[in-house]
Design a protein around this ligand. Structure first.
Ligand code: FMN
Length: 178
């Protein structure tokens, strides 16, 4: 489900709900899933409030409900915000200039007197040049989530099924009453 969510925009796993230790939640696009390391990768703005929250308390929850598969996944893990290094550089170079443009605007959550995209007027609806994007790079960050536990719930009218996988304990798996 997670690997599929990265590549298929129509799946619920493409846009999970990501919860942080302050109790807040938001939708984020799942950019990568490493099934060996069991890590998820999201892209974000280093100035967004969630980054400071994760840096203070790295507990992260990821929630997905795929209606077609009738599966709910509740993942709990440890988040980290990365702004430097090979992985960040690679993700930045893979992004289109249109996608990178998000990181050129005002900080997420900055107040405004008018409805705003936060972007400078001359970049509304326009892909910036590489030169214009130089200053955006420092606002680009990865949220990496190392999954610790998975609560898997399968909805079935014959009787639901539920399992818990604890990756911290050599992948210990337990069936649970739904
Ligand atoms: C469909 C959709 C996809 C989104 N994808 C992302 C994303 O990949 N990264 C991100 O930081 N915010 C994304 N957002 C915006 C967040 O939901 C959120 O509003 C923003 O990141 C500010 O969050 P914060 O105030 O908790 O830091 C997306 C919103 C929607 C509706």
């Amino acid at each position: 489900m997670l690997a599929n969510g990265v590549v298929d925009r129509s799946r619920a796993a493409h846009t999970p709900v990501v919860g942080t230790a302050d109790g807040d939640q938001r939708i984020m696009v799942l950019r990568a899933f490493d099934s060996d390391a069991m890590t998820l990768r999201f892209h974000t703005d280093s100035r967004a409030p969630k980054c400071a929250v994760i840096e203070q308390d790295p507990a992260v929850h990821v929630l997905i409900y795929d209606r077609d598969r009738k599966v709910q996944l509740r993942l709990a893990g440890v988040g980290s915000i990365e702004t430097e290094g090979q992985q960040v550089d690679d993700a930045w170079s893979e992004a289109t200039n249109f996608a990178r443009r998000c990181y050129l605007g005002s900080a997420p959550g900055a107040p405004s007197d008018i409805p705003t995209s936060g972007l400078p007027d001359h970049l509304e609806g326009v892909a910036p040049t590489d030169e214009q994007l130089v200053e955006a790079r420092e606002n680009f960050a990865l949220l990496l989530v190392e999954i610790e536990t998975i609560d898997w719930f399968f909805l079935d009218h014959h009787g639901h099924r539920r399992a818990r996988i604890d990756l911290r304990d050599r992948g210990q798996e337990t069936w649970l009453a739904p």
